[in-house]
Design a protein around this ligand. Structure first.
Ligand code: CU
Length: 154
C-alpha cells in the first residue's frame, strides 16, 4: 500500500474510534480547552528524550491554577520521534491501545503533537477544570518506558 493511502486509512481509523472522537473532533477536551495565543500565558518548556533504557519528559510534574493558560514549548532532544498528548490518564491509556494497532498515527491536534528528533512545537492550553491530568507519549512502548507526566490543576 502506498504511504499516503496508509496515512488516510490510519487517520480514518483514528477519527472513527469512538473512544477518540472527543480528542479529534474538536468539541471536547478532558484536560481543559485550547488556549488563545493572544492572551497571556505562563511558558513551560518540556523536553523529551530517551537514554539508559528510559524515556522521559522533563519536567514530569506540574501544578497549575484553574483558569491559568500555559504555553508549552515542546522540545524533542532525543534520537527517536516522540509525542505529547494532554488528556486524562484513562483517555491516554485507551488511546495508547489504538496506537499499538496504528503506530504511525501522527498527531497534530490542539492537545497533542508528534515531534521528530530535534524538532520543537508549541501548545497553548487553558486549564479550565480542576483535577489530575496526564501528558504522555503514546508511541508504542514509550509510556511504559516512563514517558508520562502529571499535571495537577488546583
Ligand atoms: Cu516517545
Amino acid at each position: 500500500m502506498k504511504r499516503n493511502a496508509t496515512i488516510a486509512i490510519l487517520a480514518a481509523a483514528c477519527f472513527a474510534a469512538p473512544l477518540l472522537a472527543h480528542a479529534h473532533g474538536g468539541k471536547h477536551f478532558s484536560a481543559g480547552a485550547p488556549g488563545d495565543p493572544k492572551q497571556k500565558a505562563r511558558t513551560i518548556e518540556v523536553v523529551m528524550r530517551e537514554g539508559n533504557g528510559t524515556m522521559t519528559f522533563t519536567p514530569d510534574r506540574l501544578e497549575v491554577k484553574r483558569g491559568e493558560q500555559v504555553r508549552f514549548v515542546l522540545k524533542n532532544d532525543g534520537a527517536l520521534a516522540h509525542e505529547f498528548m494532554l488528556a486524562t490518564v484513562k483517555e491516554n491509556a485507551d488511546h495508547g491501545k489504538v496506537m499499538e494497532k496504528f503506530p504511525e498515527m501522527e498527531h497534530d491536534d490542539p492537545n497533542g503533537k508528534r515531534l521528530e528528533p530535534g524538532k520543537s512545537a508549541e501548545i497553548v492550553w487553558k486549564f479550565t477544570k480542576k483535577g489530575a491530568f496526564e501528558f504522555a507519549c503514546l508511541i508504542p512502548g514509550h509510556h511504559a518506558a516512563g514517558m508520562h507526566g502529571l499535571i495537577i490543576v488546583k
